[in-house]
Design a protein. Structure first.
Length: 222
């Protein structure tokens, strides 16, 4: 990569990595490993980017963030920061796109390990990820980068297949409405004949106090 391209790419890398640090839990050994990896990359960013050696350490950083417990929604924030950058040189644009691709890949890994509660949750995830993949697939196609385009398409397809397979046996979320407010225990018994599912209703409907739940809300169909 040309020196001018690398110089423009370094601030982009710093900004995105600082955002990743800000949103990722940094407790314990995993957090320490992530801080160390990011610090080492930032200290050598100019050299790594200019000599086209930034890929492996960046892949390691995102893997460490996953192990540290970063959430897919937090990676959305990181990806948004990368998307918002407007580099002028080709090299800096490639670094920007690399960060977007790393966040997408890590989000897919996280969702692959996620236990979903309902089909609605899976469908919401599918829509979010479709919207995230679409612009990158278009950009890569316009750049005629066949290898990256194929990798993105295959990753997107694998995630979609996983989500569809995951959703198939799950119950749906349905709306309900009673005549007046009551305790979550009462509603759980009326809906499921099982007062033990009161906490489930409380969590799904963000109930402030279990003795005073709104008469309308949502619950699992089974």
């Amino acid at each position: 990569m040309f020196k001018e391209d690398a110089k423009e790419a370094v601030p982009i890398a710093d900004l995105v990595l600082n955002t990743l640090l800000a949103v990722t839990p940094l407790r314990g050994r995993t957090g320490s490993d992530l801080r160390t990896a990011i610090g080492a990359f930032k200290a050598n960013a100019q050299y790594l980017i200019q000599t086209d050696q930034s890929g492996p350490p960046l892949a390691d950083i995102f893997d460490k963030a996953r192990l540290a417990g970063v959430l897919a929604t937090q990676l959305d924030v990181v990806r948004g920061i990368a998307v918002a950058q407007t580099p002028q040189t080709l090299g800096a644009t490639l670094i920007k796109n690399a960060f977007i691709e790393f966040t997408l890949a890590t989000e897919c890994w996280i969702y692959a390990e996620t236990t979903f509660a309902s089909r609605n949750d899976v469908e919401a995830t599918r829509q979010i990820m479709n919207a995230a993949f679409a612009p990158m697939e278009e950009i890569v196609a316009d750049n005629m980068d066949y290898a990256t385009y194929r990798a993105l398409i295959e990753l997107h397809a694998a995630l979609s297949y996983h989500l569809v397979s995951t959703a198939r046996p799950l119950p749906r979320m349905l709306s309900f409405q009673f005549a007046y407010p009551n305790a979550t225990l009462y509603f759980a018994y009326r809906l499921y004949a099982d007062a033990g599912r009161a906490d489930e209703l409380r969590d799904e409907n963000a109930v402030v106090h279990p003795a005073f739940m709104r008469p309308q809300g949502v619950g699992l169909s089974s």
